[in-house]
Structure formats: structure tokens, C-alpha cells
Design a protein around this ligand. Structure first.
Ligand code: ZN
Length: 87
């Protein structure tokens, strides 16, 4: 039980923040939109997680980056298209 003096709210200490986690996923050969070459593409997941006392609680946002290994063309991929790449 938390004892407080009358008329005062108990002091609560919360430590929260956001943390970005990068994770490499298996890529796939695809035709690049820029260099028009059929080359391996690198797929990377970028998840922003809400943390409470440095412990990840839930994922606030998620994006997928795809990079061409030939020319370095970098683009964002939606989750639905990311699943098509992994097939
Ligand atoms: Zn390319």
C-alpha cells in the first residue's frame, strides 16, 4: 500500500520511449524498377517498438525496405507486398 499525505497524489515514475529495430529478412531475385536487371533484392524490416522501462511492449509501426543489390535503388514495401516477395 502506498501512503500519501492528505491532498497529494502518489508519485509514479514511468520510463517509456521508442526503439527502432532493424531485421534482415531473406530477399529474393526480382527485376529492379531502376536498372531493369533481374538481381537479388535485400529485404529489411524496420519496426518501431514502444518500450516501457526499456522493455518492448508493442510494435508502434512497421515498414519494409527493399534494396537492389545491383544499383542500390531503395524503396519502401507495404506488408502485403513483402509477403509476396517471401514466396
Ligand atoms: Zn537496380
Amino acid at each position: 500500500m502506498i501512503r500519501t499525505s492528505p491532498g497529494k497524489a502518489p508519485a509514479i515514475f514511468l520510463l517509456f520511449g521508442l526503439k527502432t529495430v532493424l531485421r534482415d529478412l531473406p530477399g529474393r531475385a526480382a527485376t529492379c524498377q531502376r536498372c531493369r536487371q533481374l538481381v537479388q533484392h535485400r529485404l529489411q524490416e524496420r519496426a518501431t517498438k514502444f518500450t516501457l522501462f526499456f522493455i518492448p511492449v508493442f510494435t508502434a509501426s512497421r515498414a519494409f525496405n527493399i534494396t537492389c543489390s545491383n544499383c542500390g535503388q531503395h524503396s519502401m514495401v507495404k506488408a502485403r507486398l513483402k509477403n509476396a516477395l517471401l514466396r
